[in-house]
Design a protein around this ligand. Structure first.
Ligand code: OKP
Ligand code: ZN
Length: 347
């Protein structure tokens, strides 16, 4: 399977985030990419560096002012104080409900709040370049599918599924799965399904396609009443307007084991098969793993081989986008197990 990897991903490496009131090392860090790279290499998979420019597709998914902010944010931050090269900016105010989000404030931290859903998404000097390269990979993966590939794997970071049309959040900046799905549409795939198997609901992806009937979004995730992203991901969110019945959420309780998870998986997979889409994008979060430090499902490494096999059984040309998975050392094995399970399903 063609696998994309950006060797420059280490340029997005914020040092700390806030967790239960304390500063802790970032769960989403470059070691994740390195473990995936090492395991791909060890098991004989070749890697490609993305070389297609995703700018046009990024603009189809995200607002112009958000893209401009993200692209220039680190330079704006440095312009305030040269010592800021070693300081992580965090938002501290957000335009909730009746506060105005139509006017972009001049204050940098206020802009950061305008374009963020949380204070858990630290920026770094290389953030734009790294999330842009992941978007490039998603777009190039769509081109590979249009050229007849059965499966393409984007071993990229950071994740993207929490990023909305005009905001970052949950370690995500650009929504790579949404951008890849959009590019499949651009290339003539009439209906695209996104299957989000990350532990967390992909609120950004849902929002982006909520009113559209050409891209279906289905997700299996921890119940948002108790799990991040908290404010979206309930079962009664089924789409609006043209998009009515093109959104499907299946929230599951914390501690869900593999038997129950795969039973729920099959409900979403069957729904996708019924739609007869022409291509599939998988938001492949591997934070459903039993040892994940920030999530609460109980899948084992062997279960990811089975997951890959079952995704292959859906029978569609498939782009995998790596999302979460924070037990970094196991992430490589788990990701490559999905790839090899998928390959086994059609060999
Ligand atoms: C991103 B993805 C730590 C609490 C968790 C948000 C989790 C984002 C997960 N501060 N913060 O869906 O794997
Ligand atoms: Zn996640």
């Amino acid at each position: 399977m063609i696998t994309f990897y950006d060797p420059q991903h280490t340029r997005h490496a914020p040092i700390f985030e806030f967790y239960r009131g304390a500063r802790v090392p970032c769960f989403e860090n470059p070691s994740r990419g390195q473990f995936v790279f090492d395991e791909l290499h060890a098991r004989g998979h070749s890697l490609r560096v993305p070389s297609v420019d995703s700018t046009a597709a990024i603009h189809q998914i995200h607002s112009a002012r958000y893209i401009d902010f993200l692209r220039t944010a680190w330079l704006q931050w440095l312009a305030l104080d040269s010592n800021n090269a070693h300081v992580q900016p965090f938002p501290s105010a957000w335009p909730v409900r009746n506060l105005r989000s139509d006017i972009e404030p001049q204050n940098f931290i206020a802009k950061l709040g305008l374009y963020s859903m949380d204070n858990g998404t630290p920026l770094d000097a290389g953030t734009w370049a790294v999330t842009k390269a992941a978007a490039d990979a998603a777009v190039e993966a769509a081109h590979c599918i249009a050229n007849g590939e059965r499966g393409v794997f984007c071993a990229t970071r950071p994740p993207g599924h929490h990023a909305g049309a005009d905001f970052m959040g949950g370690y995500c900046f650009l929504n790579h799965a949404a951008i890849g799905a959009q590019e499949l549409r651009n290339l003539g795939f009439a209906k695209v399904a996104i299957f989000d198997v990350d532990f967390h609901h992909g609120n950004g992806t849902q929002e982006i396609f909520y009113q559209r009937d050409d891209v279906f979004y289905g997700s299996l995730h921890g119940n948002p009443s108790t799990e991040y992203p908290f404010y979206l991901g309930h079962a009664d969110e089924v789409g609006v307007g043209n998009g009515l019945s093109c959104n499907f959420n299946l929230p599951l309780p914390a501690q869900t084991n593999a038997v129950d998870w795969f039973a729920a998986y099959q409900i979403v997979a069957n729904r996708i098969a019924q739609l007869k889409p022409s291509a599939l994008v998988v938001s492949l979060g591997l934070d459903t793993f039993i040892d994940d430090p920030i999530a609460k499902f109980k899948l084992t490494s062997d279960d990811y081989f089975e997951l890959g096999r079952r995704i292959g059984d859906i029978g569609l040309p498939t782009v995998f986008i790596l999302e979460g998975g924070y037990a970094a050392q196991a992430l490589g094995v788990n990701a490559v197990n999905v790839i090899e399970g998928f390959e086994a399903s059609y060999r």
